[in-house]
Design a binder for this molecule. Structure first.
Ligand code: 8YV
Length: 315
């Protein structure tokens, strides 16, 4: 039986590459020295695209693949996939929800603790002799018992809230509409109002054109000089220029970020700031979760080509 032709947009761990290569005729876009020439050659044969959350698949690429039937995203976020282009041609889109929720929520909480207790700089203090030469580490800010805001009460936002309940925090959330089953969390209709009543503001919102820069200057101002922003969603949900200005000017207490505009390259101004924790977009990055993501990505592709219902369809 001939294997369907698949365009692979980025690398996967070896444990995913092997089964993908066994089931598909894989064309590695990211290895091509000249992607335009590569697409000219293989584009007409492509029936499936395997991509990752942060890589997506834009209209121009989709248009180069006239036989494309399905795009399978290794990641829960599909904001990088041009859904309109897919709808126009009846191209199916799948993602990997649920399997990564716990790990993303774990890292969000770790980031909160790390930034408010100065865990990274304290480690340097112990390691570089400062403890001996300068004495005890400067006092930090407490996490437990404070007020947390969850911007976006989806699967990941709920998992963050469940974890924070163990920190005896007052937790509120903001969503386009109140959730009927919000586990007793307080609903706040407006992001500025949520930031005003938060010490820690978690951004766990699925990104879309409608949420672009939802965390803007006014939200950052409301969070204030003692407030901390934690983003494990997408950089586009935050006005990064306003964020850097607020961190530089001290009008925002701190930030812990797993996602950046133009990642993996960071705005160099971030590197000069000591009130920001920088993480390399790895919230879903555990062996257990990445294995489950790879499996689900392949299960979706296999179901499509077997004519079966897709396990986790977006479109
Ligand atoms: C990435 C993500 O897919 O789930 C998402 O939307 O952005 C991540 O899980 C992951 O970094 C693999 O590329």
């Amino acid at each position: 039986m001939t294997r369907p032709h698949l365009l692979q947009l980025g690398p996967y761990p070896d444990w995913d590459e092997a089964p993908l290569n066994a089931a598909f005729a894989v064309h590695r876009y990211f290895d091509a020295p000249d992607t335009d020439a590569f697409l000219h050659e293989v584009g007409p044969s492509i029936q499936a695209i395997a991509t990752r959350g942060e890589l997506g698949a834009g209209r121009a690429l989709i248009e180069r693949c006239p036989r494309l039937e399905v795009i399978s995203v290794y990641g829960v976020g599909y904001d990088g996939v041009d859904l309109d282009a897919c709808r126009e041609r009846g191209i199916r889109v799948t993602n990997t929800p649920d399997v990564l929720t716990g790990d993303v929520a774990d890292l969000a909480v770790a980031m909160m603790l790390s930034v408010t207790r100065g865990v990274i700089a304290a480690e340097t203090w112990a390691r570089d002799g400062s403890w001996v030469s300068r004495g005890g580490y400067p006092l930090q800010r407490r996490a437990w018992g404070k007020r947390a805001g969850i911007l976006g009460l989806g699967r990941i936002g709920r998992a963050v809230a469940r974890r924070l309940a163990g920190f005896d925090m007052e937790i509120a959330y903001c969503n386009p509409a109140p959730k009927p089953d919000a586990d007793g969390l307080q609903y706040v209709a407006d992001p500025v109002a949520l930031a005003e009543r938060s010490d820690f503001l978690f951004v766990t919102l699925a990104a879309s054109a409608a949420t672009r820069h939802i965390v803007d200057q006014s939200v950052l101002r409301a969070l204030g000089p003692e407030g901390v922003l934690i983003n494990v969603s997408r950089a586009a949900n935050i006005d990064e220029q306003a964020l850097i200005a607020a961190l530089e000017g001290g009008t925002l207490g701190g930030a812990a970020l797993d996602v950046f505009e133009g990642e993996p390259r960071l705005d160099p101004r971030f590197l000069k700031l000591d009130n920001v924790l920088l993480q390399p977009h790895h919230a879903s990055g555990t062996v257990e979760t990445r294995k489950a993501m790879g499996q689900l990505m392949r299960d979706n592709l296999a179901a499509h080509f077997a004519g079966l219902p897709l396990p986790t369809p977006v479109l």
